[in-house]
Design a protein. Structure first.
Length: 118
């Protein structure tokens, strides 16, 4: 079992915009890591307190993950933190070595993990 991490931001707190950004994040994580639906164990989303228009898990269901355990939680409210940020941790079955996983950070979240290889 492995865990993949990723994050994105939204420009405005709008349901359609949130869906677009979350789906783009999931697509990038799936593509860069060769994930297939049957590899999924569960998906955990967090969002900053200024994200109120929709649950990120709703976007994941629209993406086709309705039969995968999904949960959302609120991110810690840290002074100076990235606003309108949605983070994800995907648990998958995989034999890929941990150092060959590709975590994905998009939009305003790109600067969150500059220690990770591209």
């Amino acid at each position: 079992m492995r865990a993949l991490r990723g994050a994105t931001t939204i420009d405005v707190d709008d349901r359609d915009h949130l869906f677009e950004r979350v789906i783009a994040l999931l697509e990038a994580l799936f593509e860069r890591n060769g994930i297939h639906h049957d590899d999924l164990i569960s998906v955990l989303f967090t969002a900053t307190g200024d994200v109120r228009s929709a649950f990120p898990a709703e976007a994941a269901r629209k993406f086709g993950l309705g039969d995968v355990p999904l949960i959302c939680a609120q991110e810690l409210d840290i002074e100076g933190g990235t606003p309108r940020c949605i983070r994800v941790m995907i648990h998958v079955t995989s034999d890929v070595p941990r150092d060959q996983l590709h975590h994905v950070y998009l939009e305003g979240a790109r600067n969150l993990r500059d220690d990770l290889p591209d």
